[in-house]
Design a protein around this ligand. Structure first.
Ligand SMILES: Nc1ncnc2c1ncn2[C@@H]1O[C@H](COP(=O)(O)OP(=O)(O)OP(=O)(O)O)[C@@H](O)[C@H]1O
Length: 356
């Protein structure tokens, strides 16, 4: 603990911590005030909410969304935003991880006195993540989880008739995503990932049906952890059992290394991302509705439906690659299976059984 006095209250109180964002000594109370004030300023400046709106806080039980729920409730009362807040959780069906974190969300529901709705992948898609991992293995399972969660949050939000979804994405998450999209050359996502609000009238790109916002966009992960710790918030801190996202992990390590040399790296990456202009001639995905499930898609059939089809037809990996390749493979498979005298799948099954 630093021996200095707090820079914010002019030495009235001893410092309890060094603020990661400014490297200055702060007492606990001044840190809480500064952290909450900055989120309030973001909300006001970016006009994230309107009085009378119902906001679903996407609650995973982790530190970010727990801090988000806590701070939104507090600011809503302190500044009379006039919002109705509800907690929305998605149970992906990961035994030993999400079941435990949802217990935390249920406790948060009691602590914050907010309504809570939980939707499960099993009921929405017929598959839990435990079952998907059994079928696809550990390598590509994050694709299924990410695509399904995006849609599941939309479905939950529609069920609750909310105006917006607020997620706990923080500054570190956003800086990582910006670098990932630059390195992959994914211009459409690069433009989108810097936005604090997506799916509203100012965003014409592919997205979700219900607008989403990230009130913690400029909050450093280290500060969120400090805030949760000193406020003694009840959150779940175990990593997902199935998330070997090596690519993001490498970028995270890279940013942490940069941060040691230049503490403002995270905010600098975000500001750079925000200033990038995408050429008019760049082809962007067009928002439309999936012909099968009527949820948001940039293709005639959405990625979630393609992934489910792949899983149900016993070829789960097909949904992961390019959509065009998937369509051709599925067509071949449908033609093949409709004539059993020709069916390779049947022949393959028979050969396997003969060998057994
Ligand atoms: N199962 C879920 N149910 C509801 N919301 C979720 C769920 N998983 C993620 N989210 C939302 O998406 C945000 C970013 O998710 P991510 O998986 O990156 O988790 P994270 O950065 O560890 O956040 P947290 O600490 O809140 O778990 C979360 O803060 C939360 O708002």
């Amino acid at each position: 603990m630093p021996s200095a006095t707090c820079v914010s209250c002019n030495g009235q109180r001893p410092a309890a911590l060094v603020r990661p964002k400014t490297s200055e000594p702060y007492c606990k109370q001044c840190f809480f005030d500064a952290f909450e004030r900055e989120i309030h300023e973001t909300i006001v400046k970016e006009q994230l909410f309107k009085p009378g709106e119902t906001i679903a806080v996407a609650a995973s039980g982790g530190k970010d969304s727990t801090v988000l729920a806590h701070v939104l409730k507090l600011l809503n009362e302190r500044h009379s935003y006039g919002l109705k807040l509800v907690l929305l959780s998605i149970d992906e069906g990961i035994t030993g991880y999400r079941d435990d974190s949802l217990e935390t969300v249920k406790r948060n529901q009691q602590q914050y006195e907010l309504p809570l709705i939980i939707l499960t992948y099993k009921e929405l898609y017929g598959w839990s993540m435990d079952e998907i991992v059994k079928a696809v293995g550990r390598k590509n399972n994050c694709t299924f989880c990410g695509v399904f969660r995006r849609q599941a949050l939309d479905r939950g939000a529609m069920k609750l008739s909310v105006n917006k979804i607020a997620t706990g994405h923080n500054a570190d998450d956003i800086a990582e995503t910006i670098l990932m999209n630059i390195l992959r050359g994914d211009i459409a996502r690069l433009k989108r990932c810097t936005l604090i609000m997506t799916g509203d009238e100012s965003d014409d790109s592919e997205g979700s049906i219900i607008p989403r916002c990230k009130p913690l966009k400029y909050a450093y992960e280290k500060e969120i952890v400090l805030y949760a710790f000193y406020k003694r918030l009840d959150y779940f801190s175990t990593e997902c059992l199935y998330s070997p996202n090596a690519y993001r992990g490498n970028i995270r390590t890279y940013i942490k290394d940069l941060e040691r040399l230049r503490p403002s790296s995270i905010i600098d990456i975000i500001h750079s991302g925000e200033q990038l202009l995408v050429k008019q001639s760049t082809k962007m995905p067009v928002q439309r509705v999936c012909e099968r499930c009527s949820y948001c898609s940039s293709m005639p059939i959405c990625k979630a439906c393609l992934l489910i089809e792949g899983l149900n037809k016993g070829v789960p990996k097909l949904g992961i690659g390019k959509t065009e390749r998937y369509r051709k493979e599925m067509q071949k498979k449908d033609e093949c299976c409709s004539d059993q005298s020709l069916c390779h799948c049947m022949k393959e099954k028979l050969t396997v059984n003969e060998h057994n």
